[in-house]
Ligand binder design. Structure first.
Ligand code: FPP
Length: 258
């Protein structure tokens, strides 16, 4: 069995190196309190802050948050406008704190659709934190898993067209290298809040071997306790990466003894 980087054979209880989260339930959180949906997004920023703190403290290498999907443009114009303004404000307000905490911020997704003002803010935030060596915080904005795979395929097609690559050299590995997050550890744990059990066009390729964890907790209520429960659920699972349970256990025993 080949070694998976997330798999600590000595204990069989490796902490997740890369956590991805679908932050769902902001609207319902607000509606349950008789507030406008946008108030849920505002409160959701607090949960983002707390989650970043928890992930950093746990020593997670990468945290990827789904902030705005390619499909979220279909929401009421007012809500989309509010979310864009919120991203702008949050980037401006939080980036210095992220930098101080040695966190590297990256935005993944098709940012070409954003306003010049927001694009500039994104560029500035990424540039400021680019050399940080702590947690890598990826914010997926105007991101879709299908978009990601399509852009990766297009890049390989360009290489074939330029004569740099033969089509028979297109392998899973080469395609994977063109995807967002390719340089980071594979996603170990994907958390979705808000009660739905769907991937919703998030990291379709990158979630291939991730453990999926669904909770009814609405995103603004996702706190340290909820984070700890998700990590505990991850630690209780046996990851087999296509092997049998007996193979994994034998391999772990070997590693423990030698
Ligand atoms: C889904 O809840 C949430 C969103 C589409 C937006 C999430 C964005 C934030 C929490 C702001 C984060 C900002 C940064 C810069 C990281 P929903 O509205 O679909 O909730 P519902 O299912 O209850 O309607």
């Amino acid at each position: 069995m080949s070694q998976h980087p997330a798999f600590d054979a000595s204990t069989g209880k490796a902490c997740p190196r890369h956590i991805a989260i679908i932050m769902d339930g902001n609207g319902r959180w607000a509606e349950a309190r008789g507030k406008a949906r946008i108030m849920g997004h505002k409160q959701g920023v607090e949960a983002v802050r707390e989650t970043v703190r928890c992930a950093s403290r746990l020593g997670v290498e990468a945290l990827t948050l789904f902030a705005f999907s390619s499909e979220n443009w279909r929401r009421p114009e007012e809500e989309v406008k509010f979310l864009m303004e919120l991203f702008f404000l949050v980037l401006g307000r939080e980036v210095k704190k992220l930098h101080k905490n040695n966190i590297q911020l990256r935005i993944i997704g098709d940012t070409s659709a954003f306003s010049d003002r927001l694009k500039k803010k994104i560029d500035e935030a990424q540039a400021l934190t680019a050399s940080n060596t702590g947690l890598v915080l990826n914010v997926a904005a105007n991101y879709g898993g299908r978009w990601d795979i399509t852009q990766a395929a297009r890049r390989l097609a360009d290489k074939v067209k330029a004569g740099e690559l033969d089509s028979v050299q297109i392998t899973e590995e080469r395609l994977g290298q063109q995807l967002c997050l390719a340089e980071l550890p594979p996603v170990d744990l994907m958390i979705r809040t808000g009660g739905d059990h769907r991937i919703s066009n998030f990291l379709l390729w990158q979630l291939a071997y991730a453990e999926l964890y669904f909770t009814d907790t609405l995103w603004p209520d996702f706190d340290e306790q909820a984070f700890a429960e998700a990590v505990a659920a991850f630690l209780s699972r046996e990851r087999r990466f296509g092997c049998t349970g007996a193979q994994v256990r034998a391999w772990m025993n070997d590693k423990q003894q030698g």
